[in-house]
Write a protein that binds this ligand. Sequence first.
Ligand SMILES: [Zn+2]
Length: 417
Amino acid sequence: MKKITIGNLLSEPGKRVYGYLDILEHPVGTVERLPVIIAQGANEGPTFWLTANIHGDEYTGISVIHKVINTIDLSKLKGTIVAIPTLNPAGSRVCQRYPYYDRKDPNRLFPDGNPFKDKTLKSFDVSKVLRSEEDENLVDEISIRTKSQVEIMGISEDDEIDNLYEKFEADNLYPSIQEIIFKRLFAIIKESADYLLDLHNAFLKSIPFVFLDRVLYNPESEDQTLEEATALFKLTEEMAKAFGLTIVREALPEKYISKKLHRSTSGAALNYLRIPSYTVELGMYLDVEPEVVDAATTGIFNVLSWAKMLPGEIKKLTGVRVVAENESVRYLGHPRTSKSAIIELKVEKGDYVKKGDVIAIARDIFGREIPDVGEIKTEVDGYIFMFNEGIIRYPNEEICWIAIKDNHLMIDKWPKN
Ligand SMILES: [Zn+2]
């Protein structure tokens, strides 16, 4: 039987074991640690990772992990479930999205699998490029514009100063504490994971759904061929369909990279580790909807059946809205208001809308319709799957998020910038 070790915790066939993984010593001496559960079946099989609560105010995934771990029949399970109910205890204990010791989005801080990231960094590191002959060929890769900018700005070519910049200013040499923590965790995931699901919540008013990332490949690498990426995407898409929720496709590659989504938990698992993985958004944050917990628990059992880790058929989810079945959709923040407004919504989550349908009425604080804005209509057809919070909107802010038809490639090359 495969032995899985995480921190001081060791898997035991047919048992659930519980423990902690130390991740950080705070300056005041207390230790930050992640709770870990290893639930191992009586029979050999793959290893399935379940993670949750990387955003500290998103709680549903914790309840879902509790329900999955407490109800799974280990005598029937083939393989192992490794569950981390919270990836962000520091955010969770103060009910905030980010940990208080590193105020960046933690779901963008997993290791960067972008094969072109180094080249990107070098092309911005102007002082280095212009200094040595060795780097001359890189000069061709930076634009004439950049060179003339250097001349205009009169940047020093003094080696000593350049070396100081290189040593102390290069951000990539100084990863933040959360990046260091996730680099360690990523290495642990890499040792055992065959599949990974990361559980989140979206807006207060949102239907539960799965975010399906595009699989990126690098034709210059032997490990990331088109064939490999195609096989990986097929498995990931099958795994998403098995869950049973609405599937919304992630952004196109350039936006995906610029938003650092390839460094999310599931983005890094899929596009760096190259294992089937996706993010599951489980409705409202700040609280837990019981029907969503039930549906997501069934969804995870469905995925375990699909992976042949559990016997049984895939069950249709009940109690939650599922839209765009058998369609390919991605998200669009739309429509937006052109003036500051109090909005009165005319649609509900899950509604299908057609171009020209009224989404909201824009009113002033006295309740009067705002001239030139008034009825805010959609210019696209699609399913409304989440709303920005509240009734207050500033100019250019989205009213809601619509899942619109997507016909872009799901297997694409890493953009070279
Ligand atoms: Zn989240």
